[in-house]
Write a protein that binds this ligand. Structure first.
Ligand SMILES: NC(=O)c1ccc[n+]([C@@H]2O[C@H](COP(=O)([O-])OP(=O)(O)OC[C@H]3O[C@@H](n4cnc5c(N)ncnc54)[C@H](OP(=O)(O)O)[C@@H]3O)[C@@H](O)[C@H]2O)c1
Length: 230
């Protein structure tokens, strides 16, 4: 039996990519495509999906996650702008509804690896900054990925409240790049991830959808659990 997916933000860059991606994976069936002029609540009532995959506008993830959970649908939130307090709000709702959900600031395997390597490096080189570069149409700055990386580094340094500096560049011609720079006496370590196409996100999106089929109730952050249990 296939998993019914609501694709929210279906007319955007990521929405159109997910449409093509899931068409090649019959274990998932898109049962509704939600655009900005449609009412999410009534679309969910009409089509009764299992999972809601959200790629909309930065800042909408919390509200959409709550609508999905209240409709009995497991949220997979790829939209930027989810803060730790948004995860916590959705987590409590997910536990109440006994549903699993996942918030993923970046679905690419390369960023997942970059973050793991950065957490290793920061144990030895504590002076760290992040530079992220994106296309000119990206409305959120810093990117959700940079904020997530900074959060993880801050926790690893034992300074969760303290901000790791982020430098954001928005220029035509750029797609999506992130470098984590570590400075030490007489040396710099750069961990750079460059994205050249949306297909970088495909395996992570599929892993997230598979993960939600068997994950315990509550909201988890990041693609790590899903990729490690593929
Ligand atoms: N997690 C990841 O790995 C990852 C990867 C890439 C992008 N992202 C994030 O995903 C989001 C979407 O990226 P994108 O590049 O696809 O952006 P995009 O091309 O601007 O697409 C966003 C789409 O969402 C629609 N939308 C806005 N509000 C909506 C609503 N209330 N209900 C339904 N649809 C709505 C927009 O419609 P209108 O044009 O009519 O407003 C647009 O079609 C961004 O936050 C981006 O940062 C995350």
């Amino acid at each position: 039996m296939s998993t019914g997916v609501a694709l929210i933000g279906s007319e955007g860059r990521m929405g159109r990519y997910c449409d093509q991606l899931l068409a090649r994976h019959p274990e998932f069936q898109i049962v509704c495509r939600v655009t900005s002029d449609q009412d999410l609540v009534s679309e969910l009532e009409r089509t009764r999906p299992d999972v809601g995959l959200d790629f909309t506008r930065a800042g909408l993830g919390r509200d959409h996650g709550a609508i999905l959970l209240r409709a009995g649908v497991r949220p997979l939130i790829g939209t930027s702008g989810m803060r730790p307090e948004d995860d916590q709000f959705l987590h409590e709702l997910a536990l109440e509804r006994e549903l699993a959900g996942l918030v993923v600031p970046n679905f690419s395997l390369g960023i997942w690896l970059q973050q793991k390597l950065a957490l290793l490096a920061v144990q030895h080189l504590e002076q760290v900054e992040i530079q992220e570069e994106h296309h000119i149409d990206k409305i959120d700055s810093p990117s959700g990925t940079a904020l997530d990386t900074a959060l993880q580094l801050g926790e690893a340094l034992g300074r969760p409240g303290e901000e790791v500096p982020i430098h954001s560049v928005r220029l035509p011609g750029l797609h999506s790049n992130q470098t984590v720079l570590f400075g030490g006496p007489g040396q710099i370590l750069r961990l750079t991830h460059e994205t050249y196409g949306l297909e970088a996100f495909g395996p992570g999106i599929l892993a997230g959808l598979h993960f939600l089929a068997q994950a315990p109730p509550g909201i988890q952050r990041g693609i790590g659990h899903a990729l490690e249990n593929r």
